[in-house]
Design a protein. Structure first.
Length: 318
C-alpha cells in the first residue's frame, strides 16, 4: 500500500500533506483537510493560533500556516509549524476528531500578532468572557509576551467590540471623563439600540464608525434611522470616523464640549422660582390642587436665615 501511494504521488496524482497522509493535489490547500491530517498523523496534537480561531470563533480569519502544539519535538512540514508545548486538558476543545485550543487560549496566543483586535472580536461574538481570558493568562504565567497581554486585558475591562472602541475607552479613562458606559442599551419606541459609548444621565451617545460595520448602504440607512429616533427621544449622537480618532486630544475635546452642551440644555429645562433662581427638582412639592410650592429644604437657599414663614407679612421688618 505504501509503495502504491508513493507511486501515485510520483505521478502527481496524490500529494503528501504529512508523512503517510495524502490527498489530491487540488485539495492540498483545503484547511479542513490540513487540520484533519494533523489529527490523523499526530492524535495527541492540538491546533493553535489562527487555525484554531478559524474553526472555533472567527471563521473569516485568513489562515496560511497551521500551527500545532505537541509535547514532543516534531519536524516542521510545508504549511505546518509544530511547536513543543503542553496544553492542559481543560484548555482544549475537540470537534470532529480534531483538538483545538480553547478560544480563551487562542485569543491570548494571537495577541502578539493581532493586538487587541482579537480580544474585541472574541468578546463581540461572545465566544469568551473577560474572566476566562484572565483565567487562561493565569494558567500560562511564564509565557513571553504576557506583559502585553495584561495591558490589553486591562484595556478590555469595559468590553470594547472594535479597535476604535478600545482606543476611545483608553482616551476617556486617561482624560478622566466619567459617567460613560460601553455598548449602552437604549430603548426608544419599543426598539433597543446599542450605543458604542453612552452617557445615560446626559443623553449623549458616541458612535465610532469603523468601515467594517458601517460601510454598506444598508448599515448607513439603519444608522440614520436610529439617529433620528434617538434624537427625537432627546439624545445627542456624535459620530467619529477613523480619521477623527487619529487625534486623541480633539476626540476628548469634542466629547467634553458635547457633554457641556447637554448639561446646559438640562439646566435650561429645570424649573425656576418667582425670583428667577433655579429650583432643585428635589425641593419642589405638589399641592393637591395642582399648584407648585417650594419645599422647606429650598427656603434657606432663597431667603435670609432670619426669614420665618410663620410671621405674618405685615409684622416682618426690613
Amino acid at each position: 500500500m505504501r509503495r502504491s501511494l508513493d507511486g501515485y504521488r510520483d505521478r502527481g496524482l496524490l500529494t503528501a500533506l504529512l508523512p503517510g497522509v495524502y490527498c489530491r493535489p487540488q485539495d492540498a490547500q483545503d484547511l479542513g483537510l490540513r487540520v484533519r491530517a494533523v489529527a490523523l498523523h499526530h492524535p495527541d496534537a492540538v491546533i493553535t493560533g489562527r487555525a484554531a480561531a478559524r474553526f472555533t470563533f472567527w471563521p473569516e480569519l485568513e489562515v496560511k500556516t497551521v500551527e500545532v502544539a505537541r509535547q514532543w519535538h516534531t519536524a516542521t512540514a510545508v504549511g505546518f509549524i509544530f511547536r513543543r508545548r503542553r496544553i492542559p486538558p481543560e484548555w482544549r476543545l475537540t470537534s470532529g476528531g480534531v483538538t483545538f485550543t480553547h478560544p480563551a487560549v487562542t485569543v491570548l496566543d494571537l495577541c502578539a500578532e493581532l493586538g487587541g483586535a482579537v480580544i474585541d472580536e472574541a468578546l463581540r461574538r461572545r465566544s469568551v468572557s473577560l474572566a476566562q481570558l484572565w483565567s487562561a493568562l493565569t494558567c500560562f504565567t511564564r509565557r513571553r509576551g504576557n506583559r502585553l497581554r495584561r495591558i490589553l486585558l486591562r484595556e478590555s475591562r469595559d468590553l470594547p467590540w472594535s479597535e476604535m472602541e478600545r482606543e476611545g475607552h483608553v482616551w476617556l479613562r486617561r482624560a478622566r471623563v466619567k459617567g460613560w458606559k460601553a455598548n449602552l442599551k437604549v430603548v426608544v419606541e419599543g426598539e433597543a439600540f446599542l450605543l458604542d459609548i453612552g452617557f445615560k444621565n446626559d443623553k449623549v451617545g458616541l458612535e465610532l464608525d469603523g468601515f467594517a460595520f458601517h460601510g454598506s448602504r444598508l448599515s448607513f440607512a439603519r444608522d440614520r434611522r436610529r439617529d433620528t429616533l434617538l434624537t427625537a427621544a432627546g439624545w445627542r449622537i456624535y459620530r467619529f470616523t477613523a480619521d477623527d480618532m487619529a487625534d486623541p486630544v480633539d476626540f476628548v475635546r469634542r466629547v467634553r464640549n458635547g457633554l457641556a452642551e447637554a448639561k446646559g440644555r438640562r439646566r435650561q429645562r429645570q424649573p425656576t422660582t418667582p425670583h428667577g433662581l433655579r429650583r432643585p427638582e428635589s425641593s419642589v412639592d405638589e399641592k393637591p390642587g395642582g399648584e407648585r410650592q417650594l419645599g422647606r429644604r429650598a427656603i434657606p437657599k432663597l431667603f435670609p436665615q432670619r426669614y420665618d414663614p410663620r410671621v405674618p407679612l405685615a409684622e416682618r421688618g426690613g
